[in-house]
Design a protein around this ligand. Structure first.
Ligand SMILES: C[S@@+](CC[C@H](N)C(=O)[O-])C[C@H]1O[C@@H](n2cnc3c(N)ncnc32)[C@H](O)[C@@H]1O
Length: 356
């Protein structure tokens, strides 16, 4: 069966990478990169079915390059088909965390734009065999890369109650994490949890109250998916690599679908855009304060129209930043990402407005 994916925030994401004036409050009409931007090297870290890649390619010059990554073998098959039709495309089967290393192996030390459309694609959710959905009976797998690593079922068969509690609490922000972990451990005694519905029904039997319209297992499934695919660790590592790899004037565009990843992206951009804030109480002359490494170009939320046409878009947030000319600090780009997970979220979820 053929599963399709409808790209989210398609136009704004591509515009964010190539439009000189994107998100700039006072654009002077001068962009040091405007001539070379469309002929540059770009990265799509999350190819999926290539919606964003194809639109970007349609705007780029014939001498541009686009390196695409995906962990999912089926996404890679789609990427190879595109590569056979468009010589500007290079394909890497692997995590975006390997971006810097893979680019270096291709002889690329700087790139002009990186886009990440985080999380899972519709084909992954819709195919019961992948085990991502608590609505469809299938093996309890949830790996993006089905060629390696343990499945969720394998991990749950071995993990301690403490570890399961920690994962569900941390990555699912689930109040009943301990109750769920205990139920999993006691259920294991009568036989392993093999399928998505085994787990969904077990969680529903211990978590009775839930946000309106949400299945009781939503947070547990999110947590296990994030954990088994090491999503947040890879994102933190990748944000560091992107800062090290973007050319001055190069752009980063990230679409997030839940608050944990959006918080990490937001805090990393804020730290790199205002490094002086970390020295606020220190006796340092203004001229000696560290200068911004990134310029935040704001965030974009899907329009009501897009949400009406594609329910998956409802929780999406696109954040965009541009690399400045300032060299990275001696301690490296990791300084802007370190500890971002530890800081609590500030304020409420953004309202539906355009770039701010
Ligand atoms: C939301 S989809 C991307 C959809 C794509 N932009 C499109 O228009 O078709 C996310 C994709 O990223 C992939 N993915 C998730 N985490 C990844 C990682 N760490 N490295 C590489 N690919 C990843 C998933 O396998 C999935 O195919």
């Amino acid at each position: 069966m053929e599963f399709t994916h409808r790209p989210v925030l398609l136009e704004p994401t591509v515009n964010a990478l190539i439009e000189p004036a994107f998100g700039k409050k006072r654009f002077t009409g001068q962009d040091n990169n405007s001539a070379s931007r469309l002929s540059g090297v770009f990265v799509d870290g999350t190819f999926g079915r290539g919606g964003h890649s194809k639109l970007l390619l349609s705007r780029l010059n014939p001498d541009a390059r686009l390196v695409v990554f995906d962990k999912d073998p089926q996404a890679i098959q789609a990427a190879r088909e595109l590569q056979s039709q468009d010589g500007r495309v290079q394909v890497v089967h692997g995590g975006y965390a390997s971006m810097k290393h893979e680019l270096q192996a291709m002889g690329v030390t700087q790139v002009d734009g990186v886009m990440l459309d985080l999380g899972i694609s519709s084909p992954q959710i819709d195919d019961p065999e992948r085990g991502f959905s608590f609505m469809r009976e299938g093996p309890l797998d949830m790996r993006m890369d089905t060629s390696r690593g343990p499945t969720v079922a394998q991990w749950l068969a071995e993990a301690s109650v403490d570890d399961i509690t920690e994962v569900i609490a941390k990555y699912g922000e689930e109040r009943f994490a301990f109750k769920i972990a205990k139920a999993i451990a006691s259920r294991r005694e009568s036989g392993p949890l093999r399928t998505t519905l085994d787990l969904a029904e077990l969680v529903a039997s211990v978590v009775r109250t839930r946000e309106k319209g949400q299945h009781p297992a939503t947070r547990t499934f999110q947590a296990l998916r994030i954990y088994i695919n090491r999503e947040l660790e890879e994102l933190a590592y990748t944000l560091t690599s992107v800062l090290e790899t973007l050319a001055p004037g190069g752009r980063l565009a990230v679409i997030s679908f839940h608050s944990l990843e959006d918080r990490m992206v937001k805090q990393c951009i804020a730290a790199a855009a205002r490094p002086a804030a970390a020295h606020a109480r220190m006796p340092i002359l203004e001229k000696d304060l560290p200068q911004p490494v990134l310029l935040s170009l704001g965030r974009v939320l899907p329009s009501d129209d897009e949400i009406a046409q594609n329910q998956r878009a409802r929780s999406a947030v696109l954040r965009v930043a541009e690399r400045t000319n300032t060299p990275l600090p001696p301690e490296g780009a990791g300084a802007f990402v370190q500890g971002v997970m530890l800081r609590p979220a500030q304020g409420k979820r953004p309202t539906r407005k355009g770039v701010r």
